[in-house]
Design a protein around this ligand. Structure first.
Ligand code: GUN
Length: 286
């Protein structure tokens, strides 16, 4: 009998990955390399502050050295670029992350392109994104990488499956579509202008909801025994955080489902730590 209401424990899986990384970090440290991550936060957006705190705390747990650079929301683009230049040259730093979104006066593309691709642990630099598209080795963006790891650790096969991705962002939708194709999935992309969304989502073996719209997908969008991965982190007025999927409405229908919070979010942070450790390992090899 097929399983229903099977919740994928992203929080637990991420804790497992952190403990695996902690052992690797200890080995690297004994060899004289302590992985280091710099996190740049521009402005006072409360959600971004919360995410950055979570990333720093995770570094501390795993033994990764971290630096936080806080810049005020009126900072000039040239000043942010100067910070990136300094971090690119800093031997203690193996990974650089600039928390998005940035204030309007700053062009995120210019900032991302200034990061040394070898320190681009977010995987957002055009060089790393391009490598992903053509199947070359490079840093993978953390959320899509975390989703792939969740599927793998849940023994969910991808080859030949029909995966429907809702959302075409550079951070999630686009990169996950290439990672899935690399693993031999058939991928359908849907987005905010897709007509009759349910027509597509109902055909999914695996549904990835990354549209950034609270409870966009409910019972009418999902066929029985679908694997549902919810990337949404939408803050409701009462401050409760909910996903793009109406969890309670579909959990019995889904063969597997990720909760929000406690699903994809912790995995994203775990893969950021993974990329930082990889960056440190690469430098050791040079
Ligand atoms: N803002 C929302 N998600 C992300 C992410 O994965 N990386 C960065 N740098 N900023 C984000």
């Amino acid at each position: 009998m097929p399983q229903t209401g099977n919740i994928i424990d992203g929080k637990g899986m991420a804790a497992q990955i952190r403990s695996e990384l902690k052992a690797t970090v200890q080995t690297l440290s004994h060899q004289g390399t302590m992985p280091g991550l710099a996190v740049v936060l521009v402005g006072e957006d409360p959600a971004s502050q919360l995410y950055v705190r979570g990333k720093i705390r995770a570094c501390e747990e795993v033994g990764i050295y971290s630096e936080q650079i806080y810049l005020t929301s009126d900072v000039l683009e040239e000043e942010v670029l100067a910070v990136i230049d300094r971090l690119n040259d800093d031997q203690k730093i193996h990974g650089i992350l600039v928390q998005l979104p940035l204030p309007v006066q700053i062009d995120p593309d210019r900032i991302i392109e200034r990061i040394d691709p070898a320190k681009d642990v977010d995987g957002f630099h055009p060089q790393n994104m391009g490598r992903l598209v053509i199947g070359q080795h490079g840093f993978l963006p953390c959320t899509p990488h975390g989703i792939m790891e969740m599927l793998k650790r849940s023994d969910i096969s991808i080859t030949g499956k029909h995966v429907v991705v809702v959302g075409r962002s550079n951070i999630v939708g686009k990169p996950i579509s290439f990672l899935l194709q690399r693993e031999h999935a058939t991928v359908t992309m849907c987005h905010s202008r897709t007509r009759e969304l349910a027509h597509y989502t109902k055909q999914a073996d695996i549904l990835i909801a990354a549209a950034g719209k609270a409870h966009l997908l409910g019972r009418d969008h999902i066929s029985p025994n679908t694997v549902v991965i919810d990337v949404g982190m939408n803050r409701l007025q009462g401050r409760k955080v909910v996903g793009d999927v109406d969890f309670e409405a579909v959990r019995e229908l889904a063969s597997h489902i990720t909760p929000v919070p406690g699903g994809v979010g912790p995995m994203t942070i775990a893969m950021l730590l993974y990329n930082t450790v990889e960056a440190a390992k690469q430098r050791c090899k040079e």
